[in-house]
Design a protein around this ligand. Structure first.
Ligand code: PEP
Ligand code: MG
Length: 843
């Protein structure tokens, strides 16, 4: 093995490392080891390139001396550690001078030699010596270009290959240190001191007599990942730039639209296919191969990981594992949860033009275009006309849920990742942007004023991108979700690997049905309040809230009971054999009441009461701090009939389901607990109702009582609470709100400023704050487990669908996380990745 200070010839046995010579150098070595026809190559490591930038050149005479051939023409390409960190553009044909021009005139002909020389002078002058492009536009021959060069720089065009190479290396080494190059690569995750390697390669001429040219080939469709030879080839051309800029490029595979390489050079085409198959197997990846045909002979210049869209990256990873080229665990690690999420939702077409009107919090992924509507009635009307619409609200309340069902996307002026609109939209799989900065929504005037003063009115078309938080003008093209066989494979392999349960937050039969198709381990949170949002039920619920006497309340609850019972029976039947965790009523009661005059008037009509009385009653129910007021278990203690009705509905549904042969043991969960005594009181009442239902029906059944740990006090007192509970489910939405003292409905207003200023690394409502809230989770989990070793631990806040948060829960020893239906696949993949990475670390 040659040991030359400053650079290394790339041979099968040379010591070439990604961390020292970069990704391209290593890849070229692999191609050489595969015996592919790669032109002679030398790698210059990061350390040498740093010295070059500082003015210290390695021994170029020795380097050039390693190459053979007449004339000696070289190329230099960048080789950063990760392919996507970029690097300066390649420089081709270093060594072109008067002598080489003379030689090539004889072998390739005058025209080709002129073209090569002229191009090199231009690129050397403009890209290496940084001269203006304009004067060179006039040069028609190499000698004219040499004269212009000399005029501009006061020195003749360098004839020595060593001088040319030195200038190229210096310019590339310094370009790497430029501010914009550094910022670009840092945005892609490169460390501040990332190094650049360079590879010097002998040119394979794509210009000359016989069949000569350049091409790029890949063996999969970059959009779908399906096997397909795609790419371009162009005769008498050199490098990717030629291919990009020319309409003379031809197809690779036989094509009725025009000539192809397969027709022209069937043997070379066959050889290329073999190169693709070998690269795939040996490099364990779908590669894009850059090649040259030098007078009929194939040369492989480079191979990079084939660029691909989300759908293709899933298909490629799965196919490599199915073909036994990579293990399944590696296929799972190769797909980012973000990529999977993109597959599940409609996306803005990457090629479409977007005019961004506003930005907010990316609250629920996916994209949709439609006409603006300002309330549920208008959304439902649009739906009945089969017209796509976007529901725009200052913020949403239960009254808007009907509208959300009818709308294609939701946009709110206020709110954040866990505000009402965000939670409901994720449950429905609707794109949603909340907390849109600078937007002013006026429901009354039915218009939105943008930050720059422009006005949007009902009926105007906009597009919402809930994956980026952008609101765009007009109808921007979108692409459809794509769930294919590869997606199913990844899900099945995730299930085999992961060691933490993935449950779903599902409130309706529709949610539960969808999540069963994704394959879940049960329902981790059924928010029963959402069952009352349907219009027929909302009125009865309002009657119950308005009841002044116990008898009136009991009458309204009696009407709600069968509705709840039917809901639960359907859920139990659908989820047979899997746990179903039902949370007793949680939100403040006034959330169920209308707050606009029209709604209040219809309520007065339904209740047959004067408008003034209804208004006064609603006002009397207002609280200064509703999220810290009469909600959660406090309702259960102050108005026990509500929880008793819900418990009866759950138990009667259990009996009905058991009678149908359904395997069910319901879990009942108490929200917003702060003290052990709250649990004791509710438990006693629930046990009483269970005993009565057993008595009345003669059917024996069991249930598990659990507690939501969503106040800091509940986390701190988890020990004594766990003594009363079969499971603890951490509600990290409220727990984050209360730990930070940060309103989940208002945080959107300043969250971007906080994240931009580095106050918080990320929105803590989106990614679990492992330092603060996480400490409460660890503390609660260990105190709970110590007091009750059998206690099941889960998490059901929105963090249940966030990959980093899932990894934390796994680390904390939780049994499951629960997330909205459309996040189940992402959560499964993230759970599998966390398991695989932990096993790797332990090795
Ligand atoms: C929570 O607080 O984390 C939770 C799951 O409950 P909700 O979002 O309904 O308040
Ligand atoms: Mg909560």
């Amino acid at each position: 093995m040659l040991d030359i200070p400053g650079f290394t010839p790339v041979t099968p046995t040379a010591d070439i490392r990604v961390a020292r010579h970069g990704n391209r150098a290593k890849c070229l070595q692999r191609l050489i080891r595969m015996d592919l026809p790669v032109p002679q190559t030398v790698a210059i490591p990061f350390a040498t390139v740093r010295e070059i930038a500082e003015g210290q050149m390695p021994d170029l005479a020795t380097l050039i001396g390693l190459f053979e051939g007449e004339p000696m023409l070289l190329s230099v390409r960048s080789s950063s550690e990760a392919a996507d960190w970029g690097g300066p553009n390649a420089v081709l044909n270093i060594g072109m001078n008067d002598a080489a021009h003379g030689w090539l005139s004889k072998t390739l002909g005058h025209a080709a030699a002129d073209k090569l020389y002229l191009r090199f002078i231009r690129s050397f002058a403009i890209e290496v010596m940084r001269l203006d492009e304009e004067p060179f536009d006039a040069a028609k021959t190499p000698s004219e270009a040499c004269i212009i060069y000399e005029e501009e720089i006061d020195d003749p065009f360098p004839q020595s290959i060593a001088d040319q190479l030195a200038a190229v290396l210096r310019s590339m080494a310094r370009a790497w240190d430029g501010t914009s190059a550094r910022l670009l690569r840092q945005a892609k995750g490169a460390p501040g001191d990332a190094g650049l390697g360079l590879v010097v390669q002998r040119m394979a001429q794509g210009m000359g007599p016989g069949q000569s040219g350049s091409g790029v080939v890949q063996f999969v469709n970059p959009a779908t990942g399906e096997p397909k030879v795609t790419g371009r080839y162009m005769g008498q051309a050199m490098g990717r730039r030629d291919l990009r800029n020319s309409d003379k490029a031809i197809y690779l595979t036989r094509d009725e639209r025009g000539p192809s390489l397969e027709d022209l050079l069937p043997e070379v085409y066959g050889e290329l296919l073999k190169v693709g198959a070998r690269c795939r197997k040996r490099l364990r990846e779908e590669m894009q191969v850059e090649f040259t045909i030098d007078q009929g002979r194939l040369a492989v210049l480079d191979a990079v990981r084939c660029p691909r869209e989300a759908r293709a990256s899933v298909a490629i990873a799965a196919a490599l594992a199915r073909d036994g080229i990579i293990p399944r665990s590696e296929a799972l690690l190769r797909v980012s949860p973000d990529t999977l999420s993109r597959l599940l939702h409609r996306q803005v077409d990457p090629g479409a033009e977007r005019v961004v009107l506003a930005r907010g919090i990316a609250a629920s992924p996916g994209a949709a275009a439609g006409r603006i509507v300002f309330d549920s009635a208008a959304a439902q009307a649009a739906q009945s006309r089969d017209e796509a619409c976007i529901l725009v609200r200052r913020e949403t309340s239960p009254d808007d849920v009907r509208g959300m069902h009818a709308a294609d996307a939701v946009l709110t002026e206020r709110g954040g990742t866990t505000s009402h609109a965000a939670v409901i939209a994720r449950g429905l799989g609707l794109p949603c942007v909340t907390g849109a900065i600078g937007l002013h929504v006026s429901h009354k005037k039915r218009r939105v004023i943008l930050a720059d003063g422009r006005v949007l009115r009902e009926g105007d078309e906009i597009t919402i991108d809930g994956s980026t938080g952008e609101v765009m003008e007009g109808r921007v093209a979108t692409t459809e979700p794509a769930l294919n066989g590869a997606f199913g494979d990844l899900m099945a392999w995730s299930d085999d690997v992961r060691d933490i349960g993935i449950r779903v937050n599902a409130d309706t039969v529709a949610d539960a049905t969808l999540s069963r198709t994704f394959g879940v381990d049960g329902i981790g949170l059924c928010r029963t309040e959402h069952m009352f949002f349907e219009s027929g039920r909302l009125t009865v619920m309002r009657e119950m809230i308005f009841a002044e006497t116990g008898a009136d309340r009991a009458a309204a609850l009696d009407r709600l009971l069968p509705m709840q019972r039917d809901d639960f029976t359907a859920l139990f039947s659908l989820m047979s054999g899997l746990p179903v965790c039902i949370r007793l009523l949680d939100p403040p009661l006034h959330e169920f009441l209308p707050n606009e005059t029209d709604g209040i008037r219809s309520l007065a009509e339904a209740l047959d009461r004067p408008l003034s009385e209804v208004k006064a009653r609603i006002e009397s129910m207002q609280e200064y701090n509703p999220m810290l007021g009469m909600r959660g278990v406090r309702l259960g203690i102050a108005l026990p009939e509500i929880y008793e009705m819900q418990a009866r509905a759950i138990f009667e549904a259990t009996v009905a389901a058991l009678a149908k042969g359904v395997d069910v043991r319901p879990e009942i969960m108490i929200p917003l607990v702060t003290a052990r005594r709250e649990v004791e009181l509710v438990k006693r009442r629930l046990d009483g109702v269970a005993a009565k239902v057993r008595d009345e029906t003669g059917v024996d059944f069991d249930y598990d009582l659990g507690v939501m740990v969503e106040t800091p006090r509940a986390a701190l007192r988890a020990g004594e609470i766990a003594e009363q509970a079969a499971f603890l489910s951490f509600g990290t939405n409220d727990l984050t709100q209360m730990t930070y003292g940060l309103s989940r409905d208002d945080a959107g207003r300043f969250m971007s400023a906080y994240v931009n200023e580095g106050v918080y690394p990320e929105d803590p409502f989106g990614t679990l704050d492992v330092e603060g809230v996480g400490e409460l989770l660890l503390l609660g989990a260990s105190r709970g487990r110590k007091a009750n070793p059998k206690v099941i631990l889960g998490l059901c806040g929105e963090h249940g669908g966030n990959p980093e948060s899932i990894a934390f829960c796994r680390f904390a020893g939780f049994d499951y996380v629960s997330c909205s239906p459309f996040r189940v696949p992402v959560a499964k993949l993230a759970a599998a990745q966390a398991t695989i990475l932990a096993a790797k670390k332990a090795d």
